[in-house]
Design a protein around this ligand. Structure first.
Ligand code: SF4
Ligand code: SF4
Length: 123
């Protein structure tokens, strides 16, 4: 498929779960300057999963987004998400934020094909 057609398909949110098998490489969880916003509902479900109170979770596990419009999950100094394990698994997978759950089906960024080897292989 030509690159522009593939990008149009992504832009139109035409990628479906049956079209995409995640390689579990963790590359999308290691994007330098990448952010994962969390809503109030997501904070509540992640905090409950971790056995923490919401206030404790907010204090320990989140920070204010650069645009100051929301809270985001904390990243490590190398840019990787604090919940990414050494095995490239998500420590909060059952309750991970919608942003993580819906990639690349409901959203992508202009550089997502460069980041994600599975998307690159489908081009
Ligand atoms: S919450 Fe999980 S899926 Fe989302 S960026 Fe962090 S490690 Fe990756
Ligand atoms: S970069 Fe792509 S293949 Fe790798 S974990 Fe993320 S979605 Fe899966």
């Amino acid at each position: 498929m030509a690159n522009d057609q593939f990008q149009m398909r992504l832009n139109r949110k035409e990628m479906k779960p049956n079209d995409f098998t995640c390689r579990m490489c963790g590359a999308c969880c290691r994007i330098k300057d990448g952010i994962v916003r969390v809503s109030d509902a997501e904070i509540a479900r992640i905090a409950a999963y971790l056995g923490m109170g919401e206030a404790e979770f907010i204090e320990r596990e989140t920070e204010v987004a650069p645009d100051r419009k929301s809270l985001i999950l904390k990243s490590r100094p190398d840019g990787s998400c604090a919940y990414l394990t050494e095995d490239n698994l998500c420590r909060i997978n059952p309750v991970k934020p919608d942003k993580c759950r819906t990639f690349p089906f409901e959203w992508t960024n202009p550089d997502s094909v460069e980041v994600c080897p599975q998307l690159a292989s489908l081009r």
